[in-house]
Design a protein around this ligand. Sequence first.
Ligand code: SF4
Ligand code: SF4
Length: 345
Amino acid sequence: MTSGWKKAASIARRSVTPGKPHHAQWLITRKCNYRCVGCNVWKEQDQNELSSEEIKKGLDILRDAGIVELVISGGDPLLRPDIAEILDYASDHFVTTVYDNGSMAAKKLDALRKVDFVAISIDSLDEAKNDAIKAVPGALKSALHAVETLQKEGIRVAVTPTISQKNLYEIVDITKHFTGKGIPVWYCLYSYDTSVDSKQLFRIGKANDEFVITDKQAMISFCDQIMEMMKTNKNILMTKGLLKALRSLYKEKEARTWKCQALNHFLVVDHLGRISGCHNHNFAGSVFDLPKQWKSKEFKELRKMYHDCTQCNYLCYVAYSMYGSPKGLVSLVGDQWRNAKYLFK
Ligand code: SF4
Ligand code: SF4
C-alpha cells in the first residue's frame, strides 16, 4: 500500500469511529510578523514554544485520540525554523491545513509540498485596504505572489478572506477572482473573544467596531449569492449547511442552527501544548494527558457547558461542530467536503 492510501485508509477508519474528536487546531507558535488590526496575537507574543520532538509526540497522541483533520496555525506557523519537519510528520497522519499570512509561503515551498492545503489570508484586492487591515505595507503583493508561486509549483493553495463590515461588499468579487483562476476559496468570519475568563487559553480576536457586521441584509444576501454560485463553482469550499448557519446569525428571530461541540468534536492546542475546547475558555489540560482526560468527569462537565455556550461565531468552530462526527461527516461528504478529493492524491 502506498503511503497516500495508507493515510486515506487510516483516516477513513478514524472518521467512522464514534465518541472521539475529529478536528484539532494547533497554534504551534505565538510569533507573528504582522500586526493585524483585529488581532491580539501579535501584542501578546511568547518566545516559548514546544520543541519539534514534543510536537510530534503530541501529534501521535492526537492521531490515536481519533483526530482526522488538523489545522496548524499561530501566529504564523511558517516562522518556525522546524516547520518542514512538523508538516512532513503531520501530513502523514492527518488531512492537514496550514495557515500563512502571505509573507512566508513562497519562501518555504519545500516544507509545504505534502500538506493538503496552504491557506493564505487575503481580505481585500484593494491594496491600500488589505494592507491597512494587516497593518503591513506590501502585504497584498506578498500574498498574491505566494498564491501564484504555490499554484505554479503544484502546491494546494487556497485563499481565506475574513468577512467583516470592512470587506463585506467585496467578498463575492474576491471569490470570483480566485476561483476563476482555479484557486479554492473558503471564509473566516470576523469574530472576537468575549470571554471574561482570566485564564482563557489564549486571545485571538480583538473587538473592533469597524469590523463588526452591521449590514445584516447584505450578509444574508451574500450567503444566498454564494449558495447559488456553488451550484456551478466547485472551488468555493463551503457547504450549504455552513452558509445556512452563517445566514441564521443575521436573520431576525432565527435560532442558531447548531450546538457547539467544543471538546467533543474538536479541541484546540496552544503553543505550550495546553488544550481546551476552544481558545475562549480556560485550558483544561495538556495534549500529553489527553488519553486519560478524554473520558474524565471534568471533561464531561466542560462539554455540557460548551454545548450551551453561544459566546462566539468563529466559523471554523461552527464547521467543526456541524461536521466533526461520523454522522456529520456523512452529511458533509454528501454536501461537499473541501478536502475529500485531495485525500487520494
Ligand atoms: S491575524 Fe494572524 S497574521 Fe495577523 S497578526 Fe494575528 S496571528 Fe498575525
Ligand atoms: S460557542 Fe463554543 S467555540 Fe465559541 S466560545 Fe462558546 S464553547 Fe467556545
